[in-house]
Unconditional design. Structure first.
Length: 63
């Protein structure tokens, strides 16, 4: 009964880690500040969908 609920916690932690990873990569990218801000807001507002969109469409590369 309680065992099934632990998967939600693990899934939440994985999403949090992915969000932090994506935000750090966005902030280190060479994109302009407005694009960075928009991507960070998207990821914070839509954690799962935001990370997926960032993975396929987001800014790449370091400075």
């Amino acid at each position: 009964m309680f065992f099934g609920n632990s998967y939600y916690g693990i899934f939440g932690i994985l999403i949090l880690i992915a969000d932090i990873f994506a935000i750090l990569n966005i902030l280190q990218s060479g994109a302009d500040n407005l694009k960075k801000a928009v991507w960070v807001v998207i990821i914070l507002a839509l954690p799962v969908l935001g990370v997926i969109l960032w993975y396929f469409l987001g800014p790449r590369g370091g400075r």
